[in-house]
Design a protein around this ligand. Structure first.
Ligand code: GLY
Ligand code: MN
Ligand code: MN
Length: 433
């Protein structure tokens, strides 16, 4: 409760004056009366910790700052069907907001709450239904002009302010992300151990999902990728319905969500437990690139440095094994490496898998890494069959991805329990066979 109150207080202070409106996400119908699994809005959750749909947070900044939660009312009939709901009174007590009302009171109360406020902090354009409501409330306030009431003159994007908060993780968030990554890391190890030629990709998916749910994660943090052989060269492959072949690699990109916090881990390993020589050459290269990139993920270095360092190692490796021709500078300059490495080396991680936060400042300079940032480091190498490519590398797709917390001293690899050295992988898989 203190954690979420502190986040609201931080936002209230950065607003200075005015009213913020932060709605949660709507439930989405799948068909008829069935819904998709509900996922709250990350901004709303960041400020409340409240997971129920049909809720809105209102913050009033100024001399007497105030937080107001609107949520579903208690309803025994609905609770018999759908389960517990807090209702305003219990929500106020449990989540530490100053006031709470039912969502049905929102339309009636908002014009008053918006009256004589200079600024409205609201994310216009994010959701059309809310835009319409907000417009209606503003028009109602404007209609009161003759009685001396004024409407907000400025609408500012509340999300921009919250993005800055979300980018630097609090100790509580660090611990949640540590736990989320730990669950996912152990799940990757289990999936690796259960892999055998002849199994289906979805059977391996079931192994890590088993571990996610068994450890209390509520869901995968994104659509899992379980890609055997050539499938790994499709970056967003997620059919996960092919058989695993002896002699192929298996790439798994999967993370879980624990109380809102995402992990995002990729491991690549041989289906039969033993790397072939070409697979090992490329794997060791990607691993070297990843370790070098993690090494420079530390305070004071800029955001792009891990990417630059990883790219440097990969490009030299591509030249050494005959995938690229020319000097390192030439290959970096002409971009021929993009045939084998076409994505960037990471992203912010948090409540969203591709989390919010700026990568550059307004002058175009890369963000400087600082304690509390969490990012992924995920170089890869994807070799599709082509005339200019030695055949022994065809259809090898490799990515190695870890979640890295920047600390005052350097960094902490949150996903370090997921094994990744050639020796550890081969030993673990020998155990599992
Ligand atoms: N799994 C999404 C990503 O690696 O960015
Ligand atoms: Mn990622
Ligand atoms: Mn990933």
């Amino acid at each position: 409760m203190q954690e979420f109150k502190a986040r609201r207080d931080q936002l209230l202070a950065s607003m200075g004056e005015g009213v913020a409106i932060v709605p949660t996400a709507a439930e989405v119908v799948r068909n008829r009366d069935s819904h998709y699994p509900y996922r709250f809005d990350s901004y709303f959750y960041h400020l409340t910790g409240f997971k129920e749909p049909e809720s809105v947070l209102i913050l009033i900044a100024g001399d007497k700052p105030k937080s107001i939660l609107f949520c579903r009312e208690k309803d025994m009939e609905r609770e018999i069907w759908d389960g517990f709901r807090y209702g305003p009174k219990a929500a106020q007590d449990s989540f530490g907001v100053d006031e709470a009302y039912t969502i049905n009171q929102l339309d009636e109360m908002m014009p008053t709450l918006l009256s004589n406020q200079a600024k409205l902090f609201y994310s216009l354009g994010a959701e059309a239904g809310w835009d319409m409501k907000v417009t209606q409330w503003l028009n109602q306030v404007k209609d009161l002009a003759r009685t001396g009431v004024s409407a907000p003159e400025a609408i500012l994007d509340v999300r921009q302010l919250v993005d800055c908060q979300r980018l630097i993780k609090t100790p509580y968030e660090m611990e949640m992300m540590r736990r989320s990554a730990k669950i996912a890391a152990v799940a990757h190890n289990r999936a690796m151990q259960k892999t055998k030629a002849g199994k289906m990709e979805y059977e391996i998916e079931a192994e890590f999902l088993h571990e996610f749910y068994r450890k209390g994660a509520q869901a995968p943090a994104y659509t899992s990728i379980v890609a055997g052989g050539a499938n790994a060269c499709t970056l967003h492959y997620n059919a996960n319905n092919c058989q695993l072949n002896d002699g192929d690699l298996l790439l798994i990109d999967a993370g879980c969500e624990l109380d809102g916090y995402a992990s995002d881990i990729t491991r690549t390993f041989p289906v039969n437990g033993k790397f072939s020589a070409p697979q090992k050459d490329l794997y060791e290269m990607v691993l070297a690139a990843q370790l070098a990139a993690i090494d420079v993920a530390k305070p004071g270095n800029h955001w792009n440095m891990p990417h630059e360092v990883a790219l440097d190692v990969l490009v030299q490796g591509f030249i050494d094994v005959g995938l690229c021709q020319g000097s390192k500078d030439e290959v970096l300059e002409n971009g021929s490496y993009r045939q084998f490495y076409m994505h960037r080396t990471g992203h912010w991680l948090g409540l969203d898998v591709h989390d919010v936060g700026d990568y550059k400042d307004k002058q175009g300079n890369w963000t400087t890494l600082a304690a509390g940032h969490v990012l992924t480091v995920e170089p890869g190498c994807y070799v599709r069959p082509a005339e200019n490519v030695p055949e022994h590398f065809w259809n090898i797709g490799i990515r190695i991805e870890d979640d890295v917390l920047i600390t005052a001293q350097g960094n902490e690899v949150l996903s370090k329990d997921a094994i990744k050295s050639v020796a550890d992988i081969e030993a673990q898989m020998a155990d599992g066979q």
